[in-house]
Design a protein around this ligand. Structure first.
Ligand code: UVW
Length: 281
């Protein structure tokens, strides 16, 4: 494609020609009552408050709408850098208390996160290890990631997509959340390995990205400290790479956009993988 197009009309036509021949794969989970939620966060609730027929106009028309209440870190979501602190300091040494004014963060909030439209590279751990999904509490190390990325690794400004196969348990919230039974995830050393690649975000198909050992609960999340606080790398969680893995693709054009919630620590996202339309069929 000519990258020197400056006329918007020509540019739109050129990009559209490519995009109409695009396969779009959902990488997020649906938001619905009863879905898995970490014990650290308030859950998702949706209630239909205005039903058709509650109010009807002279033409017989009516509208229905709902009230939605959700934690910012429920379902498929992005962690802003202000989500974590170590010793009261957030990324870049920002004082967590000083930056939290009137119930919102004045720095490092999710409203400062620009959209993700970049290359994403899949590390398919179940495929690497020849299993359906990783065991509860399994620790994904840098050695595992190096082998899984093999000849295609994410680079600076790109995103790493870490597949554990855990969405196979999404229908069973207790097993998926793994508070007592554990959840596979990256170790702190693996988080350093990913940050050293220069990635902008680490995206996982589990509730917490971190390895959670059986019985350990969700309290200690060292990879969160490495990524969000020490290295300024975003985390996206509760994605699903099952459909993507089935295509055999390792590299995708990744699209995800957080909501502009002023000073919030996280936001729901709808992540998508874009591939050539013939891919995987
Ligand atoms: C969990 O760790 C469960 O989620 P978050 O990283 O969004 O706090």
């Amino acid at each position: 494609m000519n990258t020197k197009i400056t006329d918007p009309t020509e540019w739109i036509h050129t990009v559209t020609k490519v995009l109409v021949a695009t396969r779009i794969i959902e990488l997020g989970q649906p938001l619905e009552n009863g879905m898995p939620c970490s014990p650290s966060h308030p859950g998702f609730r949706m209630a239909l408050l205005r039903r058709h027929g509650d109010r009807t106009n002279a033409m017989g028309g009516s509208g229905a709408n709902e009230l939605i209440v959700t934690g910012g870190h429920v379902g498929t979501h992005l962690d802003a850098l202000c989500h974590a602190a170590i010793g009261g300091r957030m990324h870049g040494g920002v004082d967590a208390h000083a930056a939290s004014v009137g119930g919102v963060f004045t720095e490092l909030g999710v409203d400062t996160v620009t959209p993700f439209l970049c290359r994403g590279v899949l590390a398919d751990l179940p495929k690497l290890l020849g299993v359906q999904r990783l065991e509860p509490g399994f620790g994904i190390s840098a050695v595992h990631l190096r082998a899984a990325f093999a000849d295609a690794s994410p680079g600076p400004g790109e995103v790493a997509l870490i597949r554990t196969g855990w969405p196979q348990l999404y229908h069973d919230p207790a097993a998926y959340v793994g508070h007592d039974s554990g959840v596979p995830g990256i170790t702190a050393e693996a988080a350093i390995y990913l940050a050293d690649m220069g990635v902008r975000a680490v995206c996982s198909d589990t509730i917490a990205t971190d390895q959670i050992l059986p019985g350990a609960g969700h309290s200690a999340l060292p990879a969160h400290g490495v990524l969000l606080v020490e290295r300024g790398v975003h985390i996206m969680e509760v994605l699903t790479f099952e459909d993507l893995a089935a295509t055999g693709a390792r590299e995708v054009l990744y699209l995800a956009v957080p909501l502009r919630i002023t000073g919030a620590t996280g936001s729901p996202i709808r992540p998508l993988a874009l591939l050539p339309d013939h891919f995987g069929h």
